[in-house]
Structures are given as C-alpha cells and as structure tokens.
Design a binder for this molecule. Structure first.
Ligand code: G2I
Length: 453
C-alpha cells in the first residue's frame, strides 16, 4: 500500500466511523430522552411528572434548567392561592400566577392550579368575614380565578385540606365550613361553570393510606359522584416521613374505583435511610393504578423545600441528582410504555394439586375508633393461582358496613360475603390483593374465610 492510498483509506474510514457515530448518537438521543428525564419517563405511560415552583426562583439558572429539562407539569407553590390572587376584596392580581402559568405553557408542560379555596393563606379581609358574606365572596373568588385561567389549567385543586386529622373522618372546622357543609360542592359547581375543561380535584394530606381521614374523603367523593356534583380527581399530597403505608396503593385504587383520577400532588419524603425506597414505592403505586395520572414533587432542590433541614426532594441544594431521583427514574422506566396489567396466570394443568376450597385465605387488619372502624382485608392465593374469590366475614351485632372498596358485598350486616371486582379477581400463585370496608359499631373479631372460584 502506498502512502497516498493508505491515507485515503484512513480518511474514508474516518468518515464512515464519523457518520456511524452521528447515526448512533441520533438513535441514542431519540430513545435516551424518553428514559433519562422524569417527565419523559412518566410520559411513556401517558403520565406527567411535575414540580411545585416559585415565581421568585425563576431567575435562578440551575433551578430553571432542572425545571425545563426534568419536569412536564408545574404547580404554583403559593402564587395562585387566595391571598396572592385577591389581596383586597374584588381586586385581583395575577402577575405571579401568570408567570408560573407562562413558564409551564412555554415549556409544553401541564399546569396544575393550586388552590382555589383553603382555610389557610386567606387574605385578611376574608378571614374576618363569615356566613353569607363569606360564602358569596368565596364563590366569587372561585368564579373569577377559574375564569381568568380558563382553558389553560390541566387540573384545579378546587378545595384544599377541608377534612380533619385524627379519627373522626369528618370536616375540619374553619370559617368556610361554618358557612354550611355544602360549601365544597358549591365551590366545585362554580369551578365547573367557569372552566369546563379543567379537571376539578379535592386535595388533602395525611391521606397516605386507608385511614379515617382518607375514608371521610372517599365517602364525600362517592356521595358527589352519586349526586352529580362535578368532581374529576383526588389529590393525595403525600408529605411523607421515613416509611410508606402498606395500604398506599390500595387507597389510590379505591378512589380510582369511584371513577375519579388520582394525582400525587405534593410529594416530598423525609431524608433517611429509606428515602429512595419510599419515593420508588410511591412511583410504583401510582404506575400500578391506571387512573393515577401523575406525580408532583413539592419543590425541586432540597434548599427550595418548605421542609427546611429535612432534605426531602430529588435534587440536592447544588442541583445534583440524589439517590431518590435515580430510584424514581428507574421505577418510571421499569413500567415501560404501557400501564401494567395483572400478571398472566398460567394455563390450567391437570390434575390440580390443591382442592379449590383451600386455594385462598384472608386476614383482616382493623383501624378502630369509638363508634366506627376501617377493615383492610388481604386475600392471599395459595400455591395455585386464584380466579375469583369470596371472603366471608361475620360482623358483631350493631355493626353495619357503610363503605366498601375493591369488592362487592352480599349485605351490610351479620354474615357478609365480599366478592372480588373485575380487576382483582385473578391472584397469581402465592400473590395477594386487598379490599376494604368501613363500618359503624365495632369491626369483625373472628377470622374471615376465603373460597376461590
Ligand atoms: O405546607 C405545605 C403545603 C401543604 N399543602 C398545601 C400547600 O399549599 C402547602 O404549601 C406551603 C408552601 O410550600 C409554603 O411556601 O404552604 C405554605 C403556607 O401555608 C407556604 O409558606 C408560606 C409562608 O408561610 C409565608 O410566610 C411565605 O410568605 O410561603 C409564603 C411565600 O414564600
């Protein structure tokens, strides 16, 4: 080979390698983008991954870089609240709310509106009103703000945090509540009239599993659905500590079964040994429920969080990705492009080794308070897959079932047979599923029985 030929070959080879590299990097960008940011990974299954943001931080370049690359939904942390949008009665200011809106829309993101009515962060003038004057002012506020943002908001938190903590399952006392128990539905109807395209959500905290508070909300949503009050979604804030409630997913599922979407609206998790696992658990639970449509974290970097010193977010103060970030991204990508369905059951083999009557078992865990209880029932398959199940529970005298999720029931008192619903009838071998019910009086004391088939 003479020098000239050799050089030409080298040049040709380099050109070929270079074009191959270009082609490869195009291919990598094409697929890697869908797998390497939170928003794009969530979008693979039709969901969003959002962040609460503050107008005052939009001048921070690290903040806006993370915001625009990682997230495809935004929620104003404070800028659309009552004190921000109507500081004086009838005088509306949208400057900062609009900054958040435009930041989101210009980035192709969804915008969640937060929050039209809440007992906190009310302007002083509203705090001093009561009765009809407050009711009228509140409904006017909903109408005006929802009209200003009409057609631009994906979902509104119409009412925020109206239920009490603790075991009552009832409403929180507030000036709004004292205008009459129907203030929530009045707000939802006003919001629907003002912006028919926005999904209308009820949003609350300490609803991170099946408990008395989330059951109170569940009963309200069920009532709204049965009476045609316009409600489309429930926001589970999910300000979490170091662990995840074992009924977190079942709680999402029972709301979805009422025919509303569920959104994880304000997720943050105390930094501890489990932070990454808790984040992954929340992500997997949402992905496992088709109507859980997206997740929002309540801030971007630890230093942006309202939970000062707890480091509860996905990026550290310098904007570096934390282990929790990676666990969320991996969980989003593990779900793949479609919503997961029940695991396939193996075709029947002959002869079956265990008789059908022993193919399942059930255990009950009770959360009781004076005068009521929530029972969570775990249904376990044996060594064979179960295709349909009936769990029978005996209630003590005076006890009646008042609410039920993820099952149907034969009666509301005495000996009650609970039957699977469509999505949870099939349990893979050694697998399990859950349903639950709420009742008055005291809960079941004996062991439930389970029959498969
Ligand atoms: O408290 C955490 C969240 C619970 N769910 C409803 C959310 O709306 C709530 O968000 C927080 C904001 O993250 C804080 O930023 O709501 C707080 C108010 O209840 C916000 O704090 C307020 C401070 O109290 C004010 O002093 C401050 O002027 O933020 C304001 C704006 O920075």
């Amino acid at each position: 080979m003479n020098l000239r030929t050799g050089r030409r070959r080298t040049l040709l080879l380099s050109a070929a390698v270079a074009s191959a590299v270009v082609a490869a990097s195009i291919a990598v960008i094409g697929t890697a983008e869908a797998a390497t940011t939170l928003g794009a990974s969530a979008a693979q299954s039709g969901r969003y991954f959002g962040a609460a943001i503050a107008a005052g931080r939009l001048g921070d370049s690290t903040y806006t870089r993370l915001l625009t690359t990682e997230f495809n939904s935004v929620t104003p942390e404070n800028e659309m609240k009552w004190d921000a949008t109507e500081p004086q009665q009838g005088r509306f200011t949208y400057t900062n709310g609009d900054r958040i809106l435009n930041q989101g829309l210009s980035n192709g993101s969804k915008v969640r509106g937060h929050a039209l009515l809440w007992h906190a962060q009310q302007p002083g003038w509203a705090q001093s009103l009561s009765g009809t004057a407050l009711r009228n002012a509140a409904i006017n506020h909903v109408t005006q703000v929802a009209t200003h943002y009409k057609g631009k908001i994906y979902a509104w938190d119409v009412v925020n945090e109206a239920f009490a903590d603790g075991g009552s399952g009832g409403r929180r006392d507030s000036n709004l509540q004292r205008t009459g128990n129907d203030w929530i539905e009045a707000a939802f109807r006003a919001a629907r009239a003002a912006d028919p395209a926005a999904k209308l959500c009820y949003n609350d905290y300490n609803t991170d599993g099946i408990n008395a508070k989330s059951t109170g909300i569940y009963n309200m949503v069920r009532d709204f659905k049965s009476r045609g009050v316009p409600i489309d979604c429930v926001g589970l804030q999910s300000h979490l500590g170091t662990g995840l409630d074992s009924t977190y997913q079942a709680n999402i599922q029972r709301f979805a079964d009422l025919g509303v979407d569920v959104q994880i609206t304000e997720l943050d998790v105390a930094q501890g040994g489990n932070q990454a696992n808790v984040y992954a658990g929340v992500t997997r639970a949402c992905l496992a429920v088709a109507r859980c449509t997206g997740i929002t974290v309540w801030g971007i970097r630890d230093t942006d969080s309202w939970r000062g010193g707890e480091n509860p977010l996905l990026f550290d103060g310098s904007g570096n990705k934390k282990a929790a970030y990676t666990s969320v991204l991996n969980a989003l990508n593990a779900a793949g492009p479609t919503t997961p369905t029940s695991p396939p059951t193996s075709p029947p083999t002959s002869p079956p080794t265990s008789p059908p009557t022993t193919a399942c078992s059930a255990t009950v865990s009770l959360n009781s308070w004076n005068g009521g209880y929530v029972a969570t029932v775990r249904v376990n398959a044996g060594s064979a897959a179960v295709n349909g199940w009936t769990v029978t529970v005996t209630l003590p005298g005076g006890s009646a079932v008042t609410g039920l999720w993820s099952a149907t029931s034969s009666s509301t008192s005495g000996t009650v047979a609970f039957r699977n619903v469509a999505y949870n009838g099939q349990i893979p071998s050694s697998g399990s599923t859950e349903f639950g019910f709420q009742g008055t009086g005291s809960g079941p004391t004996g062991s439930p029985t389970c029959a498969a088939g």
